[in-house]
Design a protein around this ligand. Structure first.
Ligand SMILES: *[C@@H]1O[C@H](CO)[C@@H](O)[C@H](O)[C@H]1NC(C)=O
Ligand SMILES: *[C@@H]1O[C@H](CO)[C@@H](O)[C@H](O)[C@H]1NC(C)=O
Ligand SMILES: *[C@@H]1O[C@H](CO)[C@@H](O)[C@H](O)[C@H]1NC(C)=O
Ligand SMILES: *[C@@H]1O[C@H](CO)[C@@H](O)[C@H](O)[C@H]1NC(C)=O
Ligand SMILES: *[C@@H]1O[C@H](CO)[C@@H](O)[C@H](O)[C@H]1NC(C)=O
Ligand SMILES: *[C@@H]1O[C@H](CO)[C@@H](O)[C@H](O)[C@H]1NC(C)=O
Length: 364
């Protein structure tokens, strides 16, 4: 069964309120929706019984209510709840504008890294809409040098991180048309990477969250599992690795790093909800991406035949420089603090969920 669900979890009082809409379940990966015994399944049951829902056993889709929140005053036929990041013309018929692309490439960039960004964008076909997030205030300069820049969306906010931008500008309803969303850093070497070939492999192996393998002979590596192998198209675990006595634990499986993740539409819908508004560095997210798919050990993968080099240019930490309170060391301190904050929020949220599940199942 397939639902669209706007999920609001007020952590202070452990209160859960839900609104049901028609469509797809944004949390689709995060719960085992095939299990009728799931927490959400139990929560939905009374709502669904009372609502004017129409069940379609053939399609498996339950239409619960047609209007998203805020659209109640409008006739349903005029409501548009999704958008895209595709440029349109000011003239001509809208129906003849170039169509929205199938995939989305987004990168957080500084002008200093433009040569590498250009090289990266060249590896992505016309099937991609491109969004550049500028953290250094330089935007129009890109148009002077790169033809493709004129067809890209440019978003500028000084000294902000990729995750800050992603939370604000990649809402699931805005990236809804794209089958895959690339959320990439600017410092990746892409000599041995082509985006279309990458997507073919991701589709073939059913990967919901993936990254290209890292060529550790040339660049930086943080985890063994993300290092490119020579044995096949993809690998999913670091089974047998010296740091992976338990292959079911992160980062040994169900894991990709934050520098070059690729998300399916459904996985991104979930990940977007997990990004904390105030925690801008995104530290700790990678160890929790697994929550956003049904079967992390199968639906995560590192693509070996399309691989990149991680140059690890510490551009972000340098952004702290020149500000009284923002030395490199202080940026680093905040990164660690955020990681601890995220971990403890996740821990509490898990406990609250377990508590409310226990409560709801103890009710008659
Ligand atoms: C559904 O109906 C039951 C019994 O009539 C009621 O107790 C419950 O509050 C209703 N739930 C909703 C969401 O309306
Ligand atoms: C159920 O869904 C299928 C496939 O979308 C459609 O062909 C069929 O007409 C629907 N039936 C009803 C009763 O809505
Ligand atoms: C951008 O990259 C392409 C392919 O690598 C290259 O041919 C082109 O000269 C680059 N553009 C600029 C302005 O450097
Ligand atoms: C990777 O790219 C480099 C530079 O273009 C090239 O020399 C090398 O042959 C490529 N490796 C593979 C395995 O294609
Ligand atoms: C989801 O539930 C189904 C049916 O109960 C089960 O076969 C499957 O292993 C579960 N998947 C996960 C990831 O828990
Ligand atoms: C969960 O419930 C237990 C017992 O009722 C309580 O001690 C604990 O503080 C609760 N935890 C959370 C996170 O709400």
């Amino acid at each position: 069964i397939c639902f669209k669900l706007t999920w609001h979890h007020d952590s202070k009082i452990g209160h859960v309120c839900m609104q049901l809409q028609c469509g797809v379940l944004p949390w689709s990966g995060s719960t085992n929706s095939s299990s009728s015994d799931s927490f959400l399944g139990r929560l939905w049951a009374p709502l669904l019984r009372n609502s004017s829902s129409t069940s379609n056993a053939t399609s498996g889709i339950v239409n619960v209510a047609r209007k998203p929140e805020g659209a109640g005053r409008l006739p349903p036929g005029i409501v548009v709840s999704e958008s895209d990041l595709h440029l349109r013309r000011l003239w001509g018929s809208p129906t003849k504008d170039t169509p929205v692309r199938k995939y989305l490439l987004t990168m957080a960039v500084g002008y200093k890294e433009r040569a590498n960004v250009n090289a990266t964008v060249q590896k992505f076909s016309d099937n991609f809409d491109v969004v550049l997030f500028h953290y250094d205030g330089h935007t129009t300069e890109w148009d002077d040098e790169f033809q493709w820049s004129k067809e890209a969306v440019h978003v500028s906010a000084r000294k902000q991180t990729k995750w800050w931008f992603a939370k604000r500008f990649l809402h699931p309803s805005i990236v809804a048309p794209y089958d895959y969303v690339f959320l990439w850093d600017e410092d990746l070497g892409v000599d041995n990477f082509t985006a279309e070939a990458y997507i073919d492999i991701v589709k073939k192996h059913g990967l919901e969250i993936s990254q290209p393998g890292l060529d550790a002979t040339k660049g930086h590596k943080a985890y063994d599992v993300s290092v490119k192998r020579n044995s096949g198209e993809v690998h999913k675990t670091d089974a047998g690795g010296e740091k992976c006595p338990d292959v079911h634990q992160r980062p040994c499986s169900g894991f990709v790093e934050v520098m070059a993740p690729v998300f399916s539409r459904d996985a991104w819908r979930c990940v977007w909800h997990m990004i904390q508004n105030d925690l801008v560095h995104g530290w700790g997210l990678d160890f929790n991406f697994w929550r956003c798919v049904d079967d992390p050990e199968e639906q995560f993968g590192i693509v070996d035949t399309q691989y990149v080099v991680h140059h690890a240019v510490p551009t972000l930490r340098d952004q702290g420089n020149g500000e009284k309170q923002g030395s490199r060391a202080k940026v680093k301190d905040r990164q660690y603090e955020e990681m601890h904050a995220f971990d403890s929020r996740m821990d509490n949220a898990d406990k609250e969920l377990a508590n409310s599940t226990a409560r709801s199942s103890s009710q008659p």
